[in-house]
Write a protein of this length. Structure first.
Length: 145
């Protein structure tokens, strides 16, 4: 399993454009155009999505091909993962990810970061290193769970 909280993956936790599409998640854990369609990329991507859901950080804001029938309904983490797994077909790669599910960080997380001074114009890495420090501890401290 990928250590999400390592410095090498800190960009994944930037609330601005770090996980909107599955492609963004894969990019932030080391996958690129040459290997994002692999079975390993999908397995790692689903594991990251699972972990972010378990941390109460992630929510779906667009359901892709089933958006109109799914929007406004509540789903368990497992139901979300099953859906993502089902629509994420083997061999999917950029730009096909744009037609799939879209994510965002939950408001409690972005609000906590903004209270610390983060804006869209802040250099995320500098902010994360100087203001946040340990992102895992920050999440645990601020999570409403």
């Amino acid at each position: 399993m990928i250590d999400l909280f390592s410095k090498e993956h800190i960009d994944l936790f930037c609330p601005y454009d770090s996980l909107e599409f599955i492609h963004n998640i894969l990019s932030n854990i080391g996958y690129g155009f040459e290997n994002e369609a692999s079975k390993e990329a999908k397995a790692d991507g689903l594991a990251v999505i699972r972990k972010l859901l378990e941390l109460n950080l992630l929510e779906v804001f667009h359901w892709g091909p089933e958006h109109s029938s799914r929007k406004g309904k509540s789903y368990t983490n497992e139901e979300i993962l099953d859906y993502v797994d089902a629509i994420w077909k083997e061999g999917t790669q950029y730009p096909d990810f744009y037609g799939l599910v879209m994510f965002k960080y939950k408001d409690w997380y972005t609000n906590a970061l903004e209270e610390e001074g983060l804006t869209m114009f802040t250099d995320w890495r500098t902010f994360a290193n100087t203001k946040i420090g340990n992102i895992e501890d920050f999440i645990k401290k601020h999570s409403p769970q």
